[in-house]
Write a protein that binds this ligand. Structure first.
Ligand SMILES: [Fe+2]
Length: 214
């Protein structure tokens, strides 16, 4: 009982202090679903030929410019149970802030070596992992990665995640909406890591909690 109280207090303090690394125990006890955010204008109209978890490899092409990022985590429901067989999609701009989309500003050229969109299905433990790029600012907004999660073919969450302490965050209206009490901010805090085969990069984890309303 006392341990549960202390753990709960730690989770509460973590949320209040905006710590971005919250372990699974906290997530499991959290009743707060991951906040939704707008889809934005650049969800791919046409999915790339390769749709997988490695956005840095497009067959026949070299690796794109930018800092590699391994983004991993788990998906839970609001009772703290891992969500198996959920499909999670991410999409983001290339290292020059350009999306692979017809609505991208004229004159912008997308780096075709970057897949720009990825999708993977969670295992029985709710785990997912992507290899992508560290997000960079696009023309108007701070660095972010767009996310959609589907369960049994139904869309359950659309949101965006951001870099902890990035100076542009404070200027973003969408992100500042996430600051009200009780909501965990949509932040990741990547750390330096070797991603294998001499590939230097970053790694970050983020756990999603799906709303029970679905
Ligand atoms: Fe965006």
């Amino acid at each position: 009982m006392r341990l549960a109280f202390v753990t709960g207090l730690f989770c509460l303090l973590s949320a209040v202090l905006s710590l971005s690394v919250v372990d699974n125990k906290c997530i499991a006890q959290s009743k707060w679903a991951t906040p939704a955010q707008v889809e934005g204008p650049y969800y791919p109209r046409i999915k790339p030929k390769e749709v997988d978890s490695n956005l840095l490899e497009v067959r026949g092409l070299e690796r794109p410019d930018g800092v590699p990022l391994r983004l991993e985590g788990k998906i839970f429901d609001q009772k703290g149970r891992p969500v198996e067989s959920a499909r999670i999609e991410i999409w983001q701009c290339d290292n020059n802030g350009v999306y692979n989309h017809p609505k991208a500003p004229k004159g912008d050229t997308f780096d075709v070596r970057f897949q720009g969109f990825g999708s993977v299905v969670t295992g029985s433990d709710g785990y997912f992992s992507f290899l992508t790029l560290m997000p960079v600012p696009d023309h108007k907004r701070p660095p972010h990665i767009h996310v959609k999660i589907f369960r049994s073919g139904r869309e359950q969450l659309t949101t965006q995640i951001y870099l902890k302490d990035h100076p542009d965050n404070n200027r973003d209206g969408l992100l500042s909406l996430m600051l009200y009490p009780g909501q965990r901010k949509l932040l990741i805090d990547p750390v330096d890591i070797m991603l294998g085969k001499g590939l230097k990069g970053k790694a970050a984890s983020f756990n999603f909690v799906l709303s029970k309303n679905f």
